[in-house]
Design a protein around this ligand. Sequence first.
Ligand SMILES: [Zn+2]
Length: 583
Amino acid sequence: MKKFVLLWVALHGLFALCAQDELITHYESSGYLETPRYNETIAYCKKLDEASDKIFYTSFGVSPQGRALPLLIVDKDGLTTPETIREAGRIVLLVECCIHPGEPEGKDALLMLVRDLAVRGLHAEALNGVSLLVIPIFNVDGHERFSAYNRINQNGPKEMGWRVTAQNYNLNRDFLKADAPEMQQWLALYTHWLPEFFIDCHTTDGADYQYVITYALETFGNMDPGITQWLTDTYEPALVDRMFGSGFPVFRYVSFRQWHNPKSGLRTSASPPMLSQGYTAIQNRPGLLIETHMLKPYQPRVESTYGMVLHTLNILNAEKNNLTTAIQQADQWCTSDAVKDKKLPIAFRNDWSDSTMVEFLGVEYREKRSELTSGVWYEYDSTKPVTFTLPMFEKVKVEKEIRMPTAYLVPVEWSEIIEKIIAHGIEYEVLDQDTEYEISGYRFRAPEWYATPYENHMRIRDVEVEEITGRRVFPAGSLYIPMCQRAAKVVAFLLEPEADGSLFSWGFFNSIFEQKEYSETYVMEPMALKMLREDPALQEAFEARKKKQPDWVNNQWEVMNWFYGRSLWADPKLRVYPVGRLY
Ligand SMILES: [Zn+2]
């Protein structure tokens, strides 16, 4: 009998060891040089699910090429819904990997971290207060465009996925406009869970320097002040300290003021909400952007990503209550009178008038004259570390702010816009009958577009915006969106034409610039003369227009159309924003 017991113990130990071995990741077994394909990643996620009650594998949607969008839910009690997890007193950290599949450190780091936390029991105390959601691959179709030649600057892994989706969308420009089916499904996941903290894992291109890993946080006035203060006073110092302790000195994710030239100074700025952490900021949720450095070997890039997520998990575990309080205060910003006269910044720019001197761990470099062009290029020598003292431009100013309306109105016929608004988890009402409102709106002049498409859109480069008021009927089915709601900033960024990355700026309203009716010269010439005789103000405007551009009168079509546009036959909806604002 004893022998049997011993044998059983020995076998059990062996099985346990095999089970552990089975959970060696592809990245580890390849000697830290390779990253697994989609199918292998999914198979591994399922194995994790089988190996621990704390891990649940599921998917949050399907890609245009038919692949499941994978999600791992890690909770110490095996809970799998936001309601039960919040009820158990835990907060949620969402980590997103491979939004750019050429940058797969997050996937390899997180597969190991989930295993270590939930199967091996390492650092498991971090799960006491925090549950972890992991998207190991977000851009699943792009991930399978696998090649060694996808990232020319990058030092491994041996092969990797492609930056954009099968439909050629860059998902990290799509958070607000949500064109890609993958993003629409991500938004459903995000607004359902509203994770208290979000991490997006990337690899940066650009100049050489010593840091293996850099990071960005939205602390420029584009997020609620209470959460911003928690980030700058508590989270960031703790993170920097712990990363330093793990052997990874870190710095804010910066670019050089002049392309590739360190001596020109460093700059960082508020991220618009088309980018991941810029988006979570306007949802009142802090987000961390991780950017490992592409010239470093793959292993330290994965290890530093692992470290940054684990440190964040530990900080969140300790700071759960403070962060929750800050988020609740941000979410409950709207009391009875809060909307009235509230100013809301909707566009930010670098303030170049002010900088602070910082120490930056760079490498020696020299400027070389190009033999093929008239340009210069920079040759870096990573074997020669140098500490530069450089000006850091990190002051950001508000370029545009609005007086917050009490509500927006979106006419029922703008169905694509309505779908997008709903995708962001925004509160709204649907008008059950045609309703007339006294609204504030916009009329546009002198629109100009970029010459080439960007992310499948002909974007507006410049336009003059005039505020107008008047009565307008909104048909039954139109959306009434009150601004006294948690996600008011998301509404404003979607619908204010001059907001960074608004739907208007992407060209979703381009059709309002198309004139659909015209006049013939034989109708317009006599009518124009009559209009001039009867209206001295029009005569004055006509003279002013001619003075502004003397050869204008030679363009008969434009001159006649100028009068047509001021006649009773002109289209009152031309260049008028269909969205209304209530004050
Ligand atoms: Zn990236």
